[in-house]
Write a protein that binds this ligand. Structure first.
Ligand SMILES: [Zn+2]
Length: 317
């Protein structure tokens, strides 16, 4: 199905790995690092959304930090998962229009699946070997974001015990610890013994080093909790939220965020606060949108164009 190619970068631990997506064949960068001591396996991915750059850069810096293999266990880093999206500078895969983050069965058909199915099938082959999958995200080119960690309670005791520790020691200002349904991606991964978490840091596709450093701090915590590296993780003081409410675009049109105070680290939105207004492209149908629940703004859309169903604001509570 795929063959490892010799790295084009002399001395780099990254191997370009051929993945057949059906419509195209891509050479995906993969660093599969085995440490000097036995231990657990951690999968780290960046660029599942192809335009979330702080996470991609953090993944490359993680490889650089660990290329001397001075850790226990196995560290698999795939810094740019959605390579077609990365080349097109968008979150989704432009070949089939799907968002790789929403495609998950781990059993996608390699023959008849579309390119995103095949891509995520390839990622599943690593995830199913891992004790933990730390997935690096941030605000897309169109999005503002408050940094947060997103973890899941799956009902699998072993996997949830690790998630409990990650929540306890997750040095994030905001943490979502959400109960998930049995067919979800985290629950499916839990059946393979893999604990899944999403790390969100970075806004508007920017490359602020503070956002990259936050990702690296979180990765250090995850590696310490798993025992890949020594050291005691810093205890978390964040408020742990358990739910996410979404405000979505009711139709295609022009989105004008009314109050971007929350973008400047205003960390709470009251229920009923006007979030913005949407109108149709012909100027009719002006419609104010209000927060259905109070809580912490997690991410929000900052650009004018809105498509029906787009998430305009996600609130944790
Ligand atoms: Zn993302």
């Amino acid at each position: 199905m795929f063959a490892k190619l010799a790295s084009l970068l002399a001395g780099s631990p990254i191997r370009l790995t051929r993945v057949d997506l059906g419509d195209v064949v891509i050479d995906l960068p993969v660093a599969d690092l085995v440490g000097h001591r036995p231990g657990k396996t951690l999968l780290v991915t960046g660029g599942v959304d192809g335009d979330e750059y702080a996470g991609i850069l953090a993944a490359y810096q993680l490889i650089e930090r660990n290329k001397n293999l001075d850790f226990a266990g196995r560290l698999i880093v795939i810094p740019v998962v959605n390579l077609p999206g990365f080349h097109a500078e968008c979150s989704h895969n432009p070949i089939d229009g799907k968002f790789p983050k929403y495609v998950w069965s781990g059993q996608a058909d390699r023959i008849s699946g579309t390119s995103t199915d095949r891509l995520m099938n390839f990622i599943a082959s690593f995830a199913h070997q891992a004790d933990c999958w730390h997935d690096l995200h941030g605000g897309a080119i169109t999005e503002g974001l408050n940094p947060f960690l997103w973890l899941y309670r799956t009902g699998n005791h072993q996997v949830d015990a690790l998630a409990d520790e990650l929540v306890h020691y997750g040095v994030a200002p905001n943490i979502i610890y959400e109960r998930t349904h049995f067919a979800s991606k985290p629950a499916t991964l839990a059946k393979h013994g893999c604990s899944y978490l999403i790390a969100e840091s970075g806004s508007r596709g920017r490359l602020d080093q503070a956002d990259v450093d936050r990702h690296l701090t979180w990765l250090t915590s995850t590696m310490q909790i798993l025992g890949l590296i020594d050291g005691t993780p810093i205890k978390n003081s964040a408020t742990v939220m358990t739910r996410v409410a979404y405000l979505t675009a009711p139709f295609d049109g022009l989105w004008q965020p009314a109050n971007l105070a929350y973008a400047a680290n205003e960390l709470f939105v009251e229920q009923g606060t006007t979030i913005g207004a949407i109108s149709r492209i012909d100027g009719t149908g002006n419609h104010e949108l209000r927060a259905a629940s109070g809580g912490t703004p997690l991410w929000w859309k900052e650009t004018l164009r809105a498509k029906k169903g787009d998430i305009l604001l996600a609130i944790g509570y």
